[in-house]
Design a protein around this ligand. Structure first.
Ligand SMILES: [Fe+2]
Length: 224
């Protein structure tokens, strides 16, 4: 019997954390307070505020909860893509993170993330008005098979985009090399998120990216 093998699928974990209202309300407060006093960092963000990449070191217990959620998602996706053969120890995870506050007309240019294992985003607040555009504030991933765009095959997935709607309490985890962008946030709505990178240290070079720290040491201290 003939078979069709679909090769080179790209994993994107979408995890919706329930019971996140109080956590998100507090994270929003913390981030908006920081926005009032801290400089804006320029990355792929156009018109929005990005914090420094030191968010995981901010001294709030809610940041500790976020770190645990990152650890959980990194374990889940790593186990999935290695068919259960590699269960990363939390001690091997290095990470850094930064906050983003987006309002009217702000967006993110096409980009991917620096050399690491996984990149991700956690949505803290998503008050998007979708009247003018249902894609307002959505994150869109581009087909990483770069030669696909030369294929003219209607209704195929070649060269397509994968869209996700920001939703408070949602964490999205994907390979760092996957190109993505964020559509303009419209109608003065507010979108607050936390972006992060995670490096599984034993699998890659020992070079730590800007501000990367062990995720687990802080987690353990909080549990103690
Ligand atoms: Fe990104």
């Amino acid at each position: 019997m003939d078979t069709i093998k679909y090769a080179f699928a790209t994993p994107i974990l979408v995890k919706d954390w329930s019971d996140s209202e109080l956590l998100n309300a507090r994270l929003a407060e913390i981030i908006l307070d920081r926005e009032n006093v801290a400089p804006r960092f320029q990355r792929s963000n156009i018109g929005s505020w990005d914090s420094e990449k030191d968010l995981l070191e901010w001294p709030f217990e809610e940041i500790g909860v976020l770190r645990k959620r990152i650890v959980s998602c990194v374990k889940e996706l790593t186990l999935a893509v290695t068919k259960g053969k590699y269960d990363p120890r939390p001690e091997s995870m290095l990470a850094h993170a930064w906050a983003n506050v987006s309002r009217a007309d702000s967006y993110r240019k096409i980009h991917n993330h620096e050399s690491c294992t996984w990149s991700g985003v956690y949505y803290v607040k998503s008050q998007l008005v979708k009247e003018r555009s249902k894609n307002s504030g959505n994150i869109e991933f581009l087909d990483p098979r770069m030669l696909c765009i030369s294929t003219e095959l209607p209704n195929s997935s070649f060269g397509g985009r994968s869209r996700l709607t920001p939703q408070a309490g949602r964490m999205v985890l994907f390979p760092n090399w996957l190109y993505h962008y964020v559509n303009p946030v419209e109608d003065n709505s507010l979108r607050i998120c936390i972006a992060f990178n995670v490096k599984l240290e034993p699998l890659s070079s020992k070079r730590r990216l800007e501000g990367m720290r062990a995720l687990v040491s802080t987690v353990s201290r909080e549990q103690a």
